[in-house]
Design a protein around this ligand. Structure first.
Ligand code: AFP
Length: 341
């Protein structure tokens, strides 16, 4: 019997243990981040259970509909938002929350305030719920500048100022991918234990990939560099093999695949949507943060995505993210276009 291997299997690195280990490297830390993260993890576990039960429990459907008992039904994304807001406020570690679901930011009441700001999309890709496609929660965390009343300026910060970012994917398994600025790690929910266990330590994105991921239905409205890049993916001029196209239409699932297998994910600007579709604070920034931490790149078509300074909490931006070399190619095409102008 291989006792060493057995011991390895029984030495479970839970997400809490992992974050506590990280925390012990910073003697000045007070454990606030660990507490905040445990509340985010609780939200993810709740949403995971709700997503799994959605078909049975009739959680899907329109918000405001009533069920057979005459009770008002909550759409899954509305329910997820409520769960996250309540979990984050009750953590006592947050001061401002920005959610995709809420037009205005939530400023936490004084007695429950803490030193973090959380920006999040509680259930991204929700148009995919009814057909069972993987969806997810995306989040980013900023530190509150000390000694002042929390204001929107605390979250209207470039993505490079984030302390941590991550997503939880509700798919064939429930996977939480997290970076606190020292690399990227992936944890899978063990449903029998109710714990996220480290299953993907130190994720590194391949330097170059074989997959491109974009909604080609928008091609007629693309700008020159995007159109040229996608053409190059299909008809490479350097004799290399064409890339494969994979597009789910659910950012967490598309980015998760890109992170693990390499390649590029694009949501470009087009004539109809000059700023693209994806939201800066809780889609573009957290995913760009993870990509850079995994050795990849994220570019807006004009600049490094994490350098962007948002002016509004629900601002959008075009985004190209993924393997270092693949993003380098699209950057070169935009640089050439700029030279022509
Ligand atoms: P929904 O939340 O409306 O399903 O939108 C999902 C999303 O914001 C993101 O998860 C996808 O990457 C992107 O939109 C897909 O957009 P298209 O349907 O325009 O390709």
């Amino acid at each position: 019997m291989d006792h060493a291997a057995d011991a390895h299997r029984t030495d479970l690195m839970t997400i809490t243990r992992f974050v506590l280990n990280e925390q012990s490297k910073h003697p000045e830390s007070r454990g606030d981040f660990t507490i905040l993260l445990s509340h985010i993890v609780l939200g993810c576990k709740f949403v995971c259970t709700a997503v799994n039960k959605a078909g049975l429990a009739k959680l899907i459907g329109l918000a405001g509909e009533t069920n057979v008992q005459g009770e008002e039904q909550k759409k899954l994304d509305v329910l997820s938002n409520e769960v996250f807001i309540k979990a984050l406020v009750s953590s006592g570690r947050t001061s401002i929350l920005v959610s995709e679901e809420d037009e205005e930011a939530t400023i936490v009441e004084k007695s429950k305030r803490g030193r973090y700001c959380v920006v999040f999309d509680p259930l991204d890709g929700s148009s995919n719920i009814d057909c069972g496609v993987s969806i997810g929660t995306i989040f980013g965390i900023y530190a509150l500048n000390d000694g002042h009343e929390p204001s929107l300026d605390d979250v209207l910060q470039p993505g490079k100022n984030m302390l941590a970012a991550g997503y939880c994917m509700y798919g064939s398994s429930c996977t939480l991918v997290l970076s606190t600025g020292g690399g990227v790690n992936g944890f899978t929910l063990d449903p029998s234990l109710g714990e996220f266990i480290l299953t993907h330590p130190d994720i590194k994105i391949p330097k170059k990939g074989k997959i491109y991921s974009v909604n080609e239905g928008n091609a007629k409205n693309w700008d020159g560099p995007t159109a040229k890049y996608v053409e190059q993916c299909k008809f490479p001029k350097d004799g290399s093999s064409p890339k494969s196209l994979r597009y789910i239409g659910s950012m967490v699932a598309d980015v998760h695949r890109t992170l693990l297998y390499g390649g590029i994910f694009l949501y470009p600007a087009d004539k109809k949507s000059p700023n693209g579709k994806l939201r800066v604070l809780y889609e573009v920034f957290p995913m760009s943060f993870l990509m850079e931490q995994a050795g990849g790149q994220a570019f807006t078509g004009k600049q490094r995505a994490l350098d962007l300074v948002p002016k509004k909490i629900h601002e959008r931006s075009p985004i190209f993210l993924g393997s270092y070399d693949d993003v380098e190619e699209i950057k070169a095409l935009y640089a050439a276009e700029e030279k022509k102008e």
